[in-house]
Design a protein around this ligand. Structure first.
Ligand code: NG1
Ligand code: ZN
Length: 580
């Protein structure tokens, strides 16, 4: 009773913002940071409940990715390191919007009953917390730390950990309702300023009994990178030393981390710009570069022809580019679709080396299913190219959670959004086979082409983040593949030619007025709009265009593709006018 009243007392300190409907959306809650205090509190409770439910460590990341610095957001990482299970999203929406303490408590109690979250004899809930470099994130975490060190869960103060700690009162309350007598305390571990993929990696590592520190993350990246570098063809062994990569860090966490990390890498020369002195995401970062198709701040005529890459604000996106002319900061963009294509090309080559001469029947051979996953934003030319390579191509809804889920159905599933968010997933079954095969090859034919291909694939599975798209591990894999192939960024970009495209966003009062189907390629609401869009598309040869409500911003997005840039621009703006 006492605990219940303590909890009830604490909730009114964090009323939800008035007149705002919060939605977990494509990638967690996002809003102006000043609106998010109550959301943090409530998501903290959700994370602790999720930890109890799964008996595993859960992650909570405070970031608004590529959005402006005054925004912030929060998302939950599930035990595998992937995104929060979609089943729990409606609960997240409900508690974030609960208008008063009583309704919030009611929702929690009902949900805990429905999910059969018991507390007796359970491990305490454990949550790993991370945040990007946004100043608002720091304020929340600082308050949290104070409370944590006090070792109390008395509901005073405004820290995030406190909000989670409070859940031990929630549990007392459950005890009260559910008749369970044990009291469970939650443990919140602050991982400090980290990239989003680092936090997801840590959650995954932790639940597999591995070390969770940042240094173990970097160690895994650098040792698998070294392994791949050592497996370059002999004639390429000395390449790369004087061949510089320039990285735009978006003035966020990724730039900072890469600056530290690059010192431990050999065979790769990296210069990091926009390491955090300028304004986060302001004219910089992967989102800006990909959408605007211009060089970010800090890059100019002096960089013409250099190989450049851009990370987003929390370093889960990566695109490459090369400045092409002295005017207008024009670039040759090498987007997520092209990174996907490069990875697919390399993996396919290693698989065919490994399977060379192996008849279907011969035991020991394994026909690994290699597949790729894209969204409607993938450039049409990339999809054609991948299909021509003989790959299975799957289209899903926008949002990494959808792509990830599909990619996990393959032995090797490669997914990328055009904006540069993606990774390569290896199935457990394939990895077990690969490990055994690799061992056998080491003892029977060390140094053979097959053994090397097996080693490379194993190293890729170590290097590339298995939890979520990761710009830092992505950059290393791209670099080592380019060195392996002996390709320049330009040669890579020639794999296929992008169809000219344009993306626009239209600010709207209610983005939910737009409803789509067929992997978001057809709008079924507002009534009649698809017919109007079709009429516009019909005016352009090879035209393709669709609209969808953003899951992260109050906008409707318009995407158009056509045979010329002018046509793509014209198609996008005429469709944008239909939405307006
Ligand atoms: P929304 O706002 O739902 O379009 C954007 C990206 C997604 C994904 C999420 C999460 C585009 C068109 N959309 O989602 O691909 O990355 O942000 O960050 O790039
Ligand atoms: Zn991001």
């Amino acid at each position: 009773e006492n605990q219940q009243s303590l909890l009830l007392q604490s909730i009114p300190r964090f009323p939800p913002p008035k007149g705002v409907k919060l939605s977990y959306g494509t990638a967690g809650f996002r809003a102006d940071a000043s609106l998010l205090e109550s959301t943090m509190f409530r998501v903290g409770i959700l994370a602790a409940l999720r930890s109890l439910k799964t008996g595993s460590v859960i992650g909570l990341m405070i970031t608004a990715s590529h959005n402006q610095v005054s925004d912030n957001g929060v998302k939950v990482a599930d035990p595998s390191g992937g995104m929060l299970t979609q089943d729990w999203e409606p609960f997240a929406d409900d508690i974030a919007n609960a208008p008063d303490p009583h309704s919030l408590l009611q929702l929690i109690i009902e949900f805990a009953k429905k999910e059969e979250i018991g507390f007796e004899g359970r491990q305490p809930a454990e949550v790993l917390l991370g945040r990007d470099t946004r100043p608002s994130g720091e304020a929340l975490l600082d308050a949290a730390k104070q409370l944590n060190s006090g070792g109390t869960h008395t509901p005073i103060g405004f820290g995030l950990v406190h909000h989670i700690a409070i859940h031990s009162s929630v549990i007392c309350l459950f005890n009260f309702y559910l008749g369970i007598t044990s009291v469970v305390g939650a443990i919140a571990t602050d991982m400090g300023v980290v990239t989003t993929p680092q936090l997801h990696w840590m959650v995954r590592a932790r639940n597999r009994g591995m070390e969770t520190s940042e240094s173990s993350y970097f160690h895994q990246l650098s040792s698998s990178f070294r392994c791949l570098m050592d497996l370059k063809p002999e004639e390429r062994k000395n390449n790369g030393d004087d061949d510089k990569l320039v990285v735009d860090g978006a003035d966020g966490v990724g730039g900072e981390k890469l600056q530290q990390f690059k010192k431990t890498l050999t065979g790769l020369c990296i210069e990091v710009r926009n390491q955090g002195d300028g304004m986060l995401n302001e004219g910089v970062g992967a989102d800006y570069v990909q959408k605007e198709k211009v060089a970010p701040r800090g890059f100019g005529p002096a960089d013409v022809g250099l190989r450049c890459a851009s990370l987003d604000g929390d370093a889960d996106r990566l695109v490459y580019f090369s400045v092409t002319s002295n005017e207008n900061n024009k670039i040759e963009l090498v987007d997520g679709d092209k990174i996907l294509s490069l990875f697919a090309f390399f993996i396919k080559e290693q698989l065919s080396i490994l399977n060379e001469g192996e008849g279907e029947k011969e035991n020991g051979s394994y026909q690994a299913r290699l597949g790729v996953v894209q969204t409607a934003y993938a450039n049409g030319a990339s999809t054609d190219y991948l299909k021509e390579m003989g790959l299975e191509v799957v289209l899903t809804l926008t949002g990494v959670k959808y792509l990830h889920e599909k990619a996990a159905e393959f032995d090797i599933g490669i997914y990328f959004e055009a904006n540069g968010h993606g990774t390569i997933l290896f199935s457990e079954a394939f990895l077990s086979w690969l490990e055994v095969t690799h061992k056998t090859l080491l003892s029977t034919s060390e140094g053979s082409a097959k053994q090397k291909a097996a080693s490379r694939l194993l190293a890729v599975s170590q290097l590339i983040n298995q939890a979520v798209g990761d710009a830092l591990s992505g950059v290393l894999l791209v670099e080592v593949i380019l060195q392996y192939m002996g390709w320049s960024v330009h040669r890579w970009n020639e794999l296929y030619h992008d169809l000219p495209s344009r993306q626009l966003k239209v600010k709207v009062v209610d983005r939910s007025a737009v409803v789509t189907t067929n992997a978001e390629t057809v709008a079924v609401r507002p009534i009649g709009i698809q017919e109007a869009i079709n009429a516009e598309i019909a005016k352009y040869p090879q035209g393709r265009c669709f609209i969808r409500p953003s899951g992260t911003e109050d906008v409707v997005r318009v995407y158009a593709e056509a045979t010329t840039q002018d046509a793509a621009d014209a198609l996008a703006s005429s469709v944008a006018r239909l939405v307006d």
